[in-house]
Every structure is written in C-alpha cells, then in structure tokens.
Ligand binder design. Structure first.
Ligand code: DX5
Ligand code: ZN
Length: 216
C-alpha cells in the first residue's frame, strides 16, 4: 500500500487560501490536515470553525482534523458538521479517553488519538483496538517548521509492533518535521500517513513535492 500524504494547511498562504486549496485538489494529496489550536493546550492559536467551513467548501480531499485544544469532546458536533472524516484528539487533553473515542465514532467519524513526543506508546495498550488512528507528534505541537525529534522513529516501531501483536486496525500517522528524508525513515518504521506543512508549502513546486512523497 502506498503511503498517504496529508498536507497541513497551517503552512499555507492564509492571504490566498483558495489558491492553495485548489492546488491541493489537483495534487496527489490523500487528505487535508487541519490543525486547530486554542492558545491553552499549545502556545499558539491557528484558525477556527468559520475559516474551516470555507476550507470545507473548497476542498475535495477528506478532512483530517487535529485538535490541539483542551476539552476537545466539546466540539464533536462542530467537527462533524464540518464534514470531517477523522477527528484526532490528544491523549494529554482528555481524562475519559475511551468515552471520548466512542463519542467520536458514534458521530460517524474515524477516531484518532494523538501523542505528544514525551507520551509513551505503551499507554495505548488498552485503547489501541478501539481506535482508527494514532497520530504520533514528531515535534512539540503548536508550530509548523520545527525540527524532527529522532526518538519518534523508535516510538513508531514500538507502536507498529503493538498494533500487530494486538491484531488492531489502527493506522499510524506522523506529524512534524516531515520531509523526504524523515518521511522515508518513518515509513520504514511503520507509518501509514505522513503529515507535512512547511516541506510542501515552502517548496518551489508543492504538487511535485507531494508526488515525490507519494513514492516513499
Ligand atoms: C504542529 C502541527 C503540524 C504542523 C506540521 O503543531 O500539528 O501539523 O503543521 O508542520 P511541519 O510539517 O512544518 O513540521
Ligand atoms: Zn497536526
């Protein structure tokens, strides 16, 4: 199976979002990754639902929503109304994770759990069979354009081993500092989906960059 590529809109040109979304529509990108931040869970604020509604109208790609906010379950309805296919919530932001996952699935979305770099994958042992995706942060969340954290490689290998051992169906997505080099390493470590912001949008030819990433 080919690796899936999910460009992160965080690095797009917010002055001309329409052109960037139309460019992605024409590209081989599989999903559109949307980073929602609240300035509390992470030290930054990105965009909210009024902007995302506009994005949804323009995008022909499935929406992969990454909530970097406290109390993400408050917004299940809003995320669903957006037409999101996948809703990712942070392990560190939720007390009753099993309940939250069930609520997301009941809203007819795929449920993803995101881990910060310092959160070990062994904490997923008792939830891995219930989720559709694990999103491994390979940088500290909050900003695009940061350096890839090397420890993410071993984490991804450990997660892949757990998924196989448990017979789980969860996909592995990685997010942060991904380029052709780190992307290749993470695919070899078991990643199914690569998120990339800076590397795609700051490249000379984003459509070609996505095409090259698809070959990993
Ligand atoms: C960071 C976000 C990422 C970010 C990735 O908090 O979750 O999705 O946009 O950006 P790059 O690929 O530039 O590291
Ligand atoms: Zn993200």
């Amino acid at each position: 199976m080919n690796v899936k590529i999910a460009p992160s809109l965080l690095s797009a040109d917010f002055g001309d979002l329409k052109s960037d979304i139309q460019m992605l529509n024409k590209s081989q990108a599989d999903w559109l990754h949307l980073d929602i931040m609240d300035g509390v869970f992470v030290p930054n604020i990105s965009f909210g639902f009024p902007v995302l509604k506009y994005v949804k109208e323009l995008s022909e790609k499935p929406l992969d929503v990454h909530l970097m906010i406290t109390e993400p379950t408050k917004f299940i309805k809003e995320v669903k109304d957006l037409g999101a296919d996948i809703m990712n919530i942070h392990y560190e932001a939720v007390t009753h994770l099993h309940r939250a996952v069930e609520q997301i699935k009941a809203a007819d979305m795929k449920a993803g759990i995101t881990l910060n770099p310092a959160t070990p994958v062994c904490l997923l042992e008792d939830i891995i069979c219930d989720v559709d995706m694990i999103l491994l942060m390979s940088v500290n969340p909050g900003f695009g354009g940061q350096k890839f954290i090397e420890n993410s490689i071993q984490k991804c290998e450990r997660l892949k081993e757990m998924i196989l051992r448990k017979g789980a169906h969860a996909m592995i997505e990685v997010d942060g500092g991904i380029n052709l080099e780190t992307g290749k390493i993470m695919v070899n470590a078991g990643a199914d989906i690569l998120v990339a912001g800076n590397y795609i949008f700051k490249s000379e030819d984003p459509v070609l960059t996505i095409e090259n990433m698809k070959k990993l």
